[in-house]
Design a protein around this ligand. Structure first.
Ligand SMILES: Nc1ncnc2c1ncn2[C@@H]1O[C@H](COP(=O)(O)OP(=O)(O)OP(=O)(O)O)[C@@H](O)[C@H]1O
Ligand SMILES: NC(=O)c1ccc[n+]([C@@H]2O[C@H](COP(=O)(O)O)[C@@H](O)[C@H]2O)c1
Length: 188
């Protein structure tokens, strides 16, 4: 039996890892879909598809499970998204997700979806981990060690801090069009 588990994995954290460990008890093979593969270098999606491929491939190596990591770009038509996923991935028998839209789209296509309880969601949430990186607070204890190594190798925290500065600057200038400071223009 082959399963499918999709996430943005920005970054892949211990909650995702616990989920994969649980899925490994139910399937022989797992397709890991890297969602929003075309997004990177933003506060919401700092890491590229290639960087996320490294995080996942190295982290799941500890499980006795054959995995296929597939980057999946977003498309602007939810109604055909499941066909898009199927066109890019090995066949699978069951999908795993807690994302309500993903669950609905798969179920409407007749694909079985299994949901799971969230593991330590107060600690293990991508947005919280990214916030901690931006604020230079501890985050390494919330992701598998190979993810720490990948983020350090690519200097990911510095990138996130930099793009989050640019994002807040863009929001600030968009909100207040009266701002006409040439030094801000130079920064952008
Ligand atoms: N702590 C967790 N335990 C179990 N499943 C989780 C946990 N965190 C996320 N998931 C699930 O993993 C899948 C992928 O999640 P995603 O990559 O969006 O992570 P996230 O932590 O929700 O990130 P973000 O805060 O950036 O949205 C989703 O189905 C999500 O519900
Ligand atoms: N129309 C689409 O492109 C479409 C629809 C549903 C989910 N998705 C993607 O699937 C992924 C779901 O992952 P999360 O559960 O981490 O949000 C996201 O990357 C999301 O953008 C895309």
């Amino acid at each position: 039996m082959r399963g499918f588990y999709i996430g943005r994995f920005q970054p892949y954290h211990d909650g995702h890892h616990a989920m994969v460990e649980r899925i490994a008890e139910e399937v022989d093979e797992l397709v890991l879909g890297i969602g929003s593969a075309d997004d990177s270098h933003t506060t919401h999606d700092p890491f590229t598809a290639g960087e996320r491929i490294m995080m996942l491939t190295k982290a799941v190596d500890e499980f006795d499970l054959r995995t296929y990591v597939v980057p999946l770009e977003d498309i602007n038509r939810n109604a055909v998204w499941v066909s898009h996923v199927e066109s890019m991935c090995p066949d699978f028998d069951v999908a795993y997700s807690n994302n309500p839209l993903v669950v609905r789209l798969f179920e409407e296509s007749g694909i079985e979806v299994r949901q799971s309880p969230m593991f330590e969601r107060d600690r293990l949430e991508g947005s919280e981990i990214r916030e901690r990186m931006i604020r230079d607070e501890s985050w390494r204890d919330r992701v598998p060690d190979p993810v720490v190594e990948t983020i350090e190798e690519i200097n990911g925290v510095k990138r996130l801090q930099h793009v989050s500065d640019s994002d807040s600057l863009e929001r600030y200038t968009a909100e207040d069009e009266s701002v006409d400071d040439p030094s801000i223009g130079d920064e952008r």
